[in-house]
Design a protein around this ligand. Structure first.
Ligand code: 5GP
Ligand code: MN
Length: 342
């Protein structure tokens, strides 16, 4: 952070703080928000965490979850009031205000000091303070570093350590994506030293499936996976009806995209899902093919070089058609990128 000294001064006296994170928070979004919230409360600030939507049940173990304000669950007015009264607003794990939907408009207009803590590419510069690095594997890694920078490492207790650990574990794909740096392991070791029970957190997040979710995954794998072998691409297409059939809940489709990428020879994978208001795309790649660029250029989205998301305002079938047509135009990039498949 460039203006760290003035940031320290800002937090010297108790403030009304709002922490917000991206729509449909994942473990990094929620874990970094709740870890930071707990730390700031210990420092005497009045902190509210506002989520633009609900999030998966497998995150309910996080300390502070019960206090989270879900904007979409009849809490619009409360969210607006809190943002209006806030003196400091932390924006975690997202880079542009559109990712928090309606809340983005209010945050944009608010006179509070805004603090961006994020690791996505191409941030919008709407904040007064930015702790932004694409070198960071997770926003949780940055939150840990912020607390250390503020000389408060001793305030990280087991609950904070576990929320932050969850963000790092999931955003590195359990320490196997290329973003798993030496620093990631150092920070993880520190969090373990501060009490994080990593085996417990692994079980909470990965061994917590409903039977519906497992059956849905089986169905998607057997019926809804298309492999474009010559383009080293594989994708799932999931309709609203498919989701309904398996009583799908928030988080049930998380990780599906990785099955497609796990196929031998595949360097680009996608899940195209029909959500109530839009078609969502979740994109992953191995190696040089940038899904951030792909999402940005064709599906109003973005993210990281190897993990990104976007939306489409066409129907499901038309989006699938558009996707297939587009992939063909990247034949050179996808085939050239075959170092990964040896
Ligand atoms: P997922 O496929 O898990 O939804 O998203 C993959 C990554 O891309 C995550 O880091 C997520 O925050 C980011 N991402 C997903 N959708 C968007 C989007 O519409 N815009 C931007 N900038 N990032 C996105
Ligand atoms: Mn993240």
């Amino acid at each position: 952070m460039q203006n760290l000294e003035s940031f320290k001064v800002l937090l010297e006296s108790p403030k009304k703080v709002v922490i917000t994170t991206h729509y449909k928070p994942d473990a990094d979004a929620l874990g970094s928000s709740l870890g930071l919230a707990s730390y700031l409360r210990k420092k005497g600030h009045e902190v509210n965490v506002i989520s633009p939507s609900d999030y998966p049940e497998f995150l309910y173990w996080m300390d502070g979850h019960k206090k989270v304000i879900n904007y979409e669950k009849g809490q619009e007015k409360k969210s607006a009031e809190l943002i209006d009264k806030a003196e400091v607003i932390f924006c975690l794990d997202f880079n542009c205000l559109y990712r928090i939907n309606k809340l983005g408009e209010w945050v944009g207009k608010s006179s509070a000091k805004k603090v961006l803590i994020d690791h996505h590419l191409d941030p919008e510069h709407f904040a007064h303070y930015e702790l932004w690095s694409t070198e960071a594997a997770a926003t949780a890694e940055l939150v840990y570093e912020l607390i250390v920078m503020l000389d408060d490492k001793q305030l990280i207790d087991q609950n904070i350590a576990e929320s932050l650990y969850a963000g790092i574990m999931t955003d590195t794909g359990q320490f196997k994506h290329p973003n798993t740096t030496r620093n990631v392991h150092i920070v993880t070791a520190e969090l373990m030293g501060l009490g994080a029970d990593i085996s417990k957190i692994g079980r909470y997040i990965y061994d917590n499936n409903s039977l519906d979710r497992l059956k849905f995954t089986g169905y998607a794998l057997s019926q809804k996976l298309k492999v474009l072998k010559n383009l080293k691409t594989a994708y799932f297409w999931i309709s609203a009806e498919d989701l309904k059939k398996f009583n799908s809940k928030t988080g049930d489709t998380e990780g599906l995209v990785n099955y497609a990428l796990s196929l031998k020879g595949v360097v680009f994978s996608a899940v195209i899902i029909e959500r109530p208001d839009t078609i969502r795309l979740s994109l992953r790649s191995k190696g040089e093919f940038s899904v951030n660029d792909f999402a940005k250029d064709h599906f109003s989205g973005g993210g990281h070089p190897n993990a990104a998301g976007g939306i489409s305002d066409l129907g499901l079938e038309e989006t699938v058609e558009k996707f297939e047509k587009l992939v063909k135009t990247y034949e050179k990039e996808l085939i050239k990128n075959n170092k990964e498949t040896k």
